[in-house]
Ligand binder design. Structure first.
Ligand SMILES: [Mn+2]
Length: 317
């Protein structure tokens, strides 16, 4: 295992042919944008390149690959993008063990698996891939710019997260100059909901409960409601953010029934509430403002236990 730089990565890719690019499972816009842009760049150099992911590409990202003519061949070199751990490759993990290059922005949590890793602190893996493609001497076409912009917008929550720096905007601006369809991409990714999402969200808003002077909001999603709305995993993903979005709420709790009597709990908090100790009380974990755990019992029991822990975190008795 060795550490690489952007120039070393560019040199390897310039020399290689028959390259396979891998994205992580449950793919998001950053891992897919990175892969699409890199494959596109390699194809434009006259090389053979292909892409694989353990899970299907969500429909809203189909545009990234629509015009790419992917070859079929036995790969000679494997590259991973936005993959912090080979386990995140899902069923493609054995290919990860053969990877020669890992390009990743999970600085601090990347677990080395490839022969060479180029890991930096960046708002998105696509920030790194932008520099890589420039170092490879490949022209950033409007299609490559779209893919790179998609990843940066995805991982920064449309330029809202604290990870955004002046450099993020500078790179995004350059991608717009190269023809990225920013407005179209942002509308599709951040301003468009499926009807299923709307049905689910209206049920969420109707049933939202407030506690501790409105500092804590609780959303319950019984299995029957999930089945009724026809919500998929990706529909459900966005819902955990809703409770915390209400003004005054610093502790948003979403309870999702998974099996009979099993609840997946998502915690979304804001200053001064740390979500980690609350999740740890129930054997879970996560980040300061986003954590999760699993509880068993009836909905009322599970809710009561969580409210006790949230009340303690809020300093309420
Ligand atoms: Mn990423």
């Amino acid at each position: 295992m060795r550490e690489g730089t952007v120039n070393e990565a560019a040199k390897m890719l310039r020399e290689w042919d028959d390259v396979l690019v891998l994205s992580h499972r449950s793919p998001d816009g950053d891992t897919l944008g990175s892969a699409a842009a890199l494959v596109d760049a390699l194809l434009s150099m006259g090389k053979r390149a292909m892409f694989r992911c353990a899970d299907p590409i969500p429909e809203k990202f189909f545009y990234l690959f629509r015009e790419l003519r992917l070859d079929a061949f036995v790969p000679a070199h494997i590259v991973t993008v936005d993959v912090a751990d080979k386990a995140l490759l899902g069923s493609l993990e054995p290919l990860g063990e053969q990877a020669e290059l890992a390009i990743d922005h999970h600085f601090g949590s990347h677990r080395p698996f490839a022969a060479c890793r180029w890991v930096e602190e960046a708002a998105a893996c696509c920030m790194m891939v932008t520099r890589l493609i420039e170092a490879m001497g490949v022209e950033i076409t409007p299609r490559i710019a779209d893919a790179l912009y998609t990843g940066i917008a995805t991982d920064t929550g449309c330029f809202k997260y604290p990870s955004v720096t002046p450099e993020t905007h500078r790179i995004a601006a350059m991608l717009l100059e190269r023809g990225a369809h920013a407005s179209k991409i942002n509308t599709a990714l951040f301003d468009t909901k499926t009807r299923t999402q709307i049905r689910l969200e209206s049920a969420v808003y109707r049933g939202m409960e407030f506690y501790f002077d409105g500092k804590c909001a609780v959303v319950s999603l019984p299995g029957s409601l999930i089945a009724e709305t026809g919500a998929t995993e990706s529909d459900l993903d966005g819902v955990s953010a809703l409770a915390r979005q209400v003004e005054g709420v610093v502790c948003g709790v979403t309870l999702r029934e998974r099996g009979a009597g099993e609840y997946k709990v998502s915690l979304r908090t804001a200053e001064p509430v740390d979500a980690v100790p609350i999740a740890r009380t129930f054997g879970g974990g996560g980040h300061r403002f986003a954590a999760g755990c699993t509880l068993h019992g009836t909905l009322e029991e599970v809710k009561a236990r969580l409210l006790a822990a949230c009340g303690e975190a809020l300093g309420a008795r």
